[in-house]
Ligand binder design. Structure first.
Ligand code: PMP
Length: 957
């Protein structure tokens, strides 16, 4: 066939397009082995594909393709349209080298091949499923004699091709995976193939025949492999390629199938066949490739295209067909078994010393030292750290804690089905599975894990165990997988042929599937059902009901976070997120030294500043020591809003004036006065405008503002606008040193010195809001203002000071503090309390001892090095800026107009979250991606962030 491939060059193709279709424009060859395809872009901007068929191509098959595209095209916009020549025909013949080639043309489908999409989001997968469903429907009513053929790639031939070429596979892991999958295929799938509905299908929806734009499928191309085959074949083949290199192939499958079923129904048999047929397709491809490699050992391309299949098949071999089926359609036996069990009475399984439910959930405790109580069923846990758990978190059984040696008995009549000693750490240890039947003969199983090794000696497989008869005894820690002694009791509806390897912990993504395969076994142990923390939708509903609605919630799909550790957050089902957003937990979430300091002080004393306390003076001394003279007097408060309020009072007390100057788009806090001082709020939704006592200077944004970075005088030019606002009525100037809400702005050099000089020239006070930037975050300096060669009169600090404990502070000069001491008492009930000061001291200790400022500089430089090239690589990235672990990436739709890419920025943040990285947007147009992680964020985290961000931008947003 290959020797009969056409060999036209682009000029010849251009001539054909002109002569046959009357079209001219630029012509480019597309890759194709057997045929030739040329992309023609006409002078009018129309794009079409000129197709020159192999000389051996069956004209009937071309006719079938054209008729199919037209038939499908009547209901589906995604199929290419067949174009007619000037003479009105759809197929022409041309000669080359004495051979006849058929020539035709179709419209060009936009988009990039699915195979080049690096991030396959749930939205894209369900779009793919839905469009395949529409394609299946589109094919309805279509038939053609040519597609009733004995075709090599027909799934119905897959099994025999694999049998023929399997011996050619040398890779042992790949061969073993194919053998496992085909053994299962023969045992579980082969018999139902005959009953699968058949119809004409596309036949080759591999990842290069599916085109994608953003998160939507934009085209299906190459109908040359059409065959009258299994109707579900298109879905199965697309699933095969969509699962390549997927971390969770079953999740891919569920998204695809859910999408498909939104457009087209599937029978039960079809549902059961999707995964086996997908596996069959990849096995066929691997075997055919081994054959071709043998024939053409020099063709390196063959090996490369197989790499993903080689990586994926072993992964698929670990997924029982029954599990994939259960993930697509709930097992109908489950509900039947559960209702039957509810009508039965059971013999006691064991002596349970305490029936109190424990909390071993993600936000609860570990199992260390637990000796009594009940561990809950369907509980997400973080304790399963051994590699074989591979991120699974949902506990599928019930844990009954009791001393080692406690006898364990069968709650109901059964037969020993399987037993083993799963000895590796964190596994079941000695485990027994009993088989039972309901009164109507539905089989089910009970599993008893963490027994003593001795227990297994007394049992044989097939042995009948009477209700109440002894199974064994509880194992000690050294024999039960290293756990504190307890029984893991699990009910299993379908063992999926896994025997004693049936998991006791499932994936959160398939929690419902696991619930139906392993329902709550409490009834067997005479216990009430496991009670749970509310799941996310319930918490969300309660929040909507009980909490003010304008307390906004991040992300389109909100997160329920229940644990933090270093730079990581964990949601309620145990998914780990890399926190690149929160600068409040400065030294890391739940830092043990901070936790210990708070707990220690809380247990001894927590009171206010009316009594002398060394914690308060020590903290004031340590904080003041981080600042230059004359900033020597400290007030400790609870929030940055309280701190900014106090700063305003200090400035007014010092000057006897009222008016203030602030920067455009600034945010300084949530109190009434601070909303007045925050244009971001009072000029935004719900705001009532700038009050007369507030004067707003332009934001010195040297990327977007009136004066740009290239102008060496830009800082001073912005400062001139501040100078224009000063006068004898001005009490002070309040500005963040790096406006964060303003869009992670780095103030241009020269701005602050000139602005401060102007304000001071009329006796005004200069206030630096360092709430976002302090404690070494900028890397180069401990406080951001230090980089600008200025010393403010008042410094306001907040967020990071207490690592999440409400702690903020104001530091000023003795002169200003004395002016404020005008007879009116100053008091803040919680400000400077003993616990807050102990926490603040611990945070300062950690910043010093863990050298976090240097760390921020090092990691920040590394991350900037990775992010800066985005400006060249991705047209949407307008600017990358920042210092240390305070960075911003500004997205624009147009490099010239700087039109903000607001929707795109939100999309990036949501996609990053899908990939497990938390970020936010900021800036007046919400188009700046804000990166300000907890300070332990390290080089590997930076690489992960950069790579993920890059992949998202490369796929298009
Ligand atoms: N100043 C700045 C610069 C801030 O970013 C914030 C909070 N985002 C505040 C003040 C107010 O802090 P708080 O919410 O602790 O009152």
């Amino acid at each position: 066939m290959l020797s009969h491939a056409p060999r036209f060059d682009a000029a010849a193709a251009a001539r054909l397009a002109r002569d046959l279709y009357g079209l001219s424009g630029s012509v480019r060859a597309l890759t194709s082995e057997r045929d030739q395809n040329f992309l023609l872009e006409t002078d009018g901007g129309e794009r079409l594909v000129l197709k020159i068929a192999n000389a051996l191509e069956d004209p009937a098959m071309l006719d079938a393709q054209q008729r199919a595209m037209t038939h499908v095209g009547a209901t589906l916009a995604l199929a290419p349209r067949v174009l007619s020549t000037r003479a009105g025909s759809t197929l022409s013949t041309v000669a080359e080298n004495g051979r006849q080639h058929l020539v035709w043309a179709v419209s060009h489908c936009p988009g990039i091949p699915f195979g080049l999409v690096r991030r396959r989001s749930p939205a894209l997968l369900s779009s793919l499923g839905a469009e395949i469903g529409a394609l299946t429907r589109g094919f309805r009513g279509f038939d053609h004699p040519a597609v009733h053929r004995d075709f090599y790639w027909d799934l119905a031939r897959g099994r025999s091709i694999i049998a023929e070429y399997r011996p050619l596979i040398d890779d042992r892991e790949l061969g073993a995976a194919i053998d496992t999958l085909m053994d299962r295929f023969d045992a579980q799938a082969a018999a139902v193939l005959e009953s699968l509905p058949r119809s004409v299908i596309h036949g080759d929806l591999n990842d290069f025949n599916v085109l994608v734009e953003g998160e939507r499928v934009s085209g299906f191309v190459d109908f040359g492999d059409m065959v009258f085959g299994y109707t579900v074949g298109d879905l199965a083949i697309a699933a095969a390629y969509a699962m390549l290199d997927a971390d969770d192939p079953v999740a891919v499958l569920t998204h695809l199938v859910a999408g498909y079923r939104s457009r087209c129904a599937l029978t039960d048999t079809e549902l059961a066949a999707v995964f086996p047929l997908a596996a069959l397709r990849l096995c066929t491809s691997a075997c055919v490739a081994a054959h071709q490699q043998r024939e053409r050992p020099d063709n390196a391309y063959l090996g490369v295209s197989q790499a993903a299949i080689r990586r994926t098949l072993p992964r698929l071999a670990r997924i029982p067909f029954g599990f994939a089926k259960a993930a697509l359609a709930p097992n109908p036996a489950s509900a039947r078994i559960v209702s039957w069990l509810a009508t039965q009475s059971f013999a006691p399984i064991m002596d349970i010393p305490s029936r109190e439910f424990l909390d071993l959930s993600v936000g609860g405790s570990t199992m260390d030292g637990v000796s009594a109580g009940i561990g809950r069923w369907d509980e997400p846990r973080l304790i399963y750290t051994a590699p074989f758990f591979a991120g699974r978190t949902i506990h599928l059984g019930l844990d009954l804690f009791a001393p080692a040696g406690t006898p364990v008995s069968a709650p109901l009549h059964g037969v020993v089905h399987a037993m083993a000693d799963n000895a590796q750490p964190q596994d079941y240890g000695p485990v027994v599975i009993l088989r039972h039947e309901t009164d109507t003969g539905t089989p089910f199983f009970t599993l008893y894990g963490h027994l003593s090794r001795h227990s297994l000696g007394g049992l044989t497989v097939g042995q009948t165990i009477a209700r109440g008869a002894r199974i064994g005894t509880l194992g000690a820690t050294d024999e039960n997988g290293q756990w504190p002694p307890h029984l893991h009791l699990q009910l299993i509806v379908d063992l999926l042929d896994m025997g004693t390897d049936f998991p006791g912990v499932g994936t959160a993504a398939q929690r419902d599937v696991w619930r139906s395969l392993s329902p709550d076994p409490s009834v067997l142990a005479g216990l009430p059902p496991s009670a749970h923390e509310p799941e996310k939708p319930e918490t969300l509903a309660a929040r909507r009901r009980l909490v003010g609605r304008n307390l906004s919630i991040a992300y389109a799909d909100p997160l329920k976070i229940v644990r933090g550790h270093k730079q990581y957050l964990y949601d309620d089902v145990g998914r780990q997120y890399l926190d690149a957003y929160n600068n409040v937990p400065h030294v890391g979430h739940a830092h043990p030294r901070v936790v210990a300091a708070a707990a220690r002080q809380m247990a001894v004393l927590n009171t206010n500043t009316r009594y002398l306390s060394d914690r308060l003076t020590e903290y004031a001394e340590r904080l003041v020591a981080t600042l230059p003279a004359p900033l020597r007097v400290c007030y400790v408060v609870n929030s940055a809003s309280e701190a900014n309020e106090l700063a305003l009072r200090l400035a007014r007390a010092r000057t006897g004036r009222r008016d203030m100057i602030v920067l455009e788009a600034a945010y300084h806090g949530n109190t009434t006065s601070l909303i007045d001082l925050s244009p971001y709020k009072h000029l935004g939704p719900g705001g009532t405008g700038t009050p007369s006592w507030v004067h707003v200077a332009p934001l010195p944004d040297d990327y977007r503002g009136p004066y740009r970075r290239a102008d060496p005088d830009c800082g001073r030019k912005y400062a001139r606008h501040v100078a224009e606002l000063v006068g004898p009525h001005i009490a002070g100037f309040l500005a963040e040193t790096c406006p964060s809400v303003g869009g992670q702005i780095m103030l241009p050099p020269g701005f602050l010195p000139a602005a401060y000089a102007a304000v001071r020239s009329v006796g005004g006070v200069c206030i630096a809001d360092e709430v976002q930037t302090g404690l070494g975050r900028m890397g180069t300096h401990f406080w951001a203002f230090e980089a600008h060669g200025v010393v403010p009169d008042i410094v306001v600090m907040g967020k990071p000071l207490g690592n999440g404990h409400p702690l903020a502070a104001v530091v000023t000069t003795r002169e200003i503090a004395d002016a404020f001491d005008n007879g009116m008492e100053y008091f803040s009930t919680f400000g400077g309390n003993t616990v807050s000061c102990a926490v603040g001291l611990a945070v300062l200790d950690v910043v010093r001892d863990e050298r976090l400022q240097e760390h921020a500089l090092h990691v920040g430089e590394h991350m900037l090095h990775g992010l800066r090239p985005f400006v060249e690589r991705h047209p949407i990235v307008g600017d990358v800026r920042g210092s240390g672990l305070f960075l911003g990436v500004e997205l624009v739709r147009d490099r010239a107009t700087l039109e903000p890419a607001t929707v795109e920025a939100t999309a990036v943040v949501n996609k990053m979250r899908e990939d497990g990285i938390l970020l936010g947007t900021d800036g007046p147009y919400h188009n700046v991606i804000k990166i300000r992680p907890p300070m332990p964020f390290d080089l590997a985290d930076a690489d992960r962030l950069v790579e993920t961000f890059d992949a998202i931008l490369a796929d298009g947003v």
